[in-house]
Write a protein of this length. Structure first.
Length: 171
């Protein structure tokens, strides 16, 4: 698969990174963080098996901003609308796989507070990780992304399926 580092979209907005060569190192790092925290939860709850998904979702909720994703399918493609309020286009990345979309956001912010002892600058980091398994296969090379009012709109074409030709052979 061909990887596209940047996907231009409407207007003069900054581009949103779209990758189509599998998960980025940032995404893998975030999944590793979730796995580590989920294991810590597993251990803290007495190592009882059978609750893997519950522990994973709890870890994901603790570590990352969980915002909704809306999915709409048409005959030709898929449109995803994701709430990414607080993130700029250059703080977002979309990783595409044939049946999965992963949205990653990393926002570095700071706030300044005045006190009697002087100004205090607080740096904080907000991370977003949303993954959606798709019921259809997509063409990872044909996607556009744009940010509009805090909503990421991702438009992806469905993969073309090749059907075997049933040509008849002369008898």
């Amino acid at each position: 698969m061909q990887e596209r580092e940047m996907q231009k979209h409407r207007g003069s907005e900054a581009p949103i990174v779209i990758k189509s060569a599998g998960l980025s190192s940032d995404a893998k790092e975030m999944f590793d963080m979730i796995a580590k925290r989920a294991y810590e939860i597993f251990e803290s709850k007495g190592r009882r098996s059978g609750r893997d998904m519950e522990h994973w979702l709890q870890a994901e909720e603790e570590l990352f901003d969980r915002k909704p994703i809306n999915y709409k399918e048409s005959p030709d493609g898929v449109i995803l609308l994701a709430d990414v309020t607080g993130f700029s286009p250059k703080e977002l990345e979309v990783d595409l796989e044939p049946k999965r979309v992963t949205i990653i956001g990393k926002h570095q912010g700071q706030s300044e507070q005045s006190s009697t002892s002087g100004a205090v600058i607080e740096k904080r980091s907000t991370r977003l990780l949303r993954t959606l398994q798709l019921p259809v296969e997509i063409d990872t090379r044909r996607a556009t992304a744009r940010l509009n009012g805090g909503m990421l709109e991702l438009d992806v074409r469905k993969a073309m399926t090749v059907h075997a030709s049933s040509a008849s052979t002369p008898a």
